[in-house]
Design a protein. Structure first.
Length: 434
């Protein structure tokens, strides 16, 4: 019971925090979904996906920082805890400046790959040109959020996320309906919120953890051995993320090539996946923080009990969302758009979205566990194998089943990651590594 309480103390703030993220996405989609056509939904989908891809690629700033920080905390090594934060922030700022400098070729390449229809492309380009300036705020937030989770504190990320998304929703609604800015209004609302979230994160860090500055040691901060260790862990996460990015980008592009209606359909149904994933991520984050701490403290019994309990919670969440999507899928689609053609077309593919929770639960939970113990090579291997499965299944069935083949491949992609990671965990446990 005590460990269950620990899991819930970490998971519930993350769930509350994460719920605001898909709700924000739903609000953005709902705003443009009532502007009068599928092209607006497609434009937000393309623009948002481009930034999701960019930030996913550099997700190691959160994941790597979290796992290494939780292990250092387990060892009570506060000097390393502080140095890890500084290294992560330094890398975040360098990456952000690079994105700003290369924003034109990045946009050209992204739109070349996705290749949306001309009308969609113009609106998505406007969205990109505004939101790209949020890169410094977003990447700094990644580093700080990962560090907070590693410090067993998910309440601060919750407060940041809620504040950020309230600003985003209010700003977007005001700019779109008050000033008639349409897609540009949604983009500006997002940009304002990103910098508001970053400012709140820095203020809360100073208030709660400012006392840790006495443990800051400049010597060895950018020591080549330490930096190589930092990048060694993060390079596996980076390459693993590239696999996820390739699948998600291809999923978007394959839908876009089938026309604006199918692009809009997939955008709506993906919201179901996003809603579930952010909910389950709350327990993955709890596993991440606790497993890393127990692994760093070499407490094998507590570590294994945490893995078991996190999986139990994850399974319950997956069953709950499966039932909700079966019962309320049509209502959910009508909430997002009043385009009858899009809703009608989406109903044909709804069963695939219903299958997402049970097929993906193991992958999400294992990601949290593996990040916590920095078993990043296992994450990379599972993602590589799953990516091969995804593309193989899609190209086998694309001519006969089109968008159905795309969703089938995606379901198998999620399931394969979980299966491979399970096998890796069993192997590591038998060797006494975990």
């Amino acid at each position: 019971m005590a460990r269950n309480r620990l899991i819930l103390q970490l998971a519930l703030p993350s769930i509350v925090s994460n719920i605001t993220v898909p709700l924000l996405g739903l609000v953005d989609v709902a705003i443009v979904g009532h502007m009068g056509g599928a092209i607006y939904i497609g434009a937000i989908s393309v623009g948002a996906m481009v930034f999701n891809i960019i930030y996913w690629i550099f997700g190691f700033l959160r994941m790597g920082t979290s796992g290494m920080t939780s292990q250092a905390l387990g060892r009570r090594d506060l000097v390393t805890v502080m140095q890890l934060l500084c290294r992560s922030l330094a890398v975040a700022l360098v990456v952000a400046m690079t994105i700003l400098i290369l924003q034109i070729p990045i946009k050209w390449l992204a739109f070349l790959v996705v290749n949306p229809e001309k009308e969609v492309s113009g609106l998505a380009s406007s969205y990109f040109d505004i939101c790209v300036w949020g890169a410094p705020a977003m990447l700094v937030l990644y580093s700080l959020s990962g560090w907070f989770i590693g410090m067993q504190n998910t309440r601060i990320p919750m407060m940041i996320s809620i504040s950020q998304n309230v600003v985003n929703i209010l700003a977007s609604l005001t700019l779109v309906y008050g000033f008639g800015m349409k897609v540009e209004g949604v983009a500006c609302g997002t940009l304002f919120a990103q910098y508001a979230g970053c400012a709140i994160a820095i203020i809360l860090w100073a208030k709660v953890y400012g006392r840790l500055t006495k443990h800051f040691v400049r010597e060895g901060l950018f020591n080549i051995v330490k930096m190589l260790e930092f990048f060694k862990v993060n390079s596996d996460i980076f390459l693993r993320t590239l696999c996820l990015v390739a699948v998600n980008l291809f999923f978007l592009a394959a839908g876009a090539r089938q026309g604006s209606v199918i692009l809009a359909v997939n955008t709506l149904l993906v919201q179901l996946y996003i809603l579930f994933s952010y909910f389950l991520d709350g327990f993955a984050f709890a596993g991440e923080a606790l497993c890393g701490k127990y692994h760093g403290a070499t407490n094998s019994a507590a570590f294994r009990e945490t893995v078991r309990l996190v999986f139990a919670w994850g399974g319950a969440i997956a069953l709950f969302f499966t039932a909700i999507y079966i019962i309320g899928g049509l209502w959910f689609l009508n909430l997002l758009t009043d385009e009858r053609q899009v809703v009608s077309a989406a109903m044909e593919y709804l069963p695939w979205a219903v299958a997402v929770p049970l097929s993906g639960v193991a992958a999400f939970v294992w990601d949290g566990v593996f990040i916590g113990v920095t078993a990043t090579k296992g994450m990379l291997l599972s993602s590589v194998i799953a990516t091969i499965v995804f593309f193989s299944l899609y190209y086998i069935g694309m001519d006969s089943y089109a968008n159905h083949a795309l969703w089938l491949a995606f379901i198998f992609f999620l399931a394969t990651r979980g299966i491979v990671q399970t096998a890796i965990y069993i192997k590591l446990r038998r060797r006494g590594i975990l």
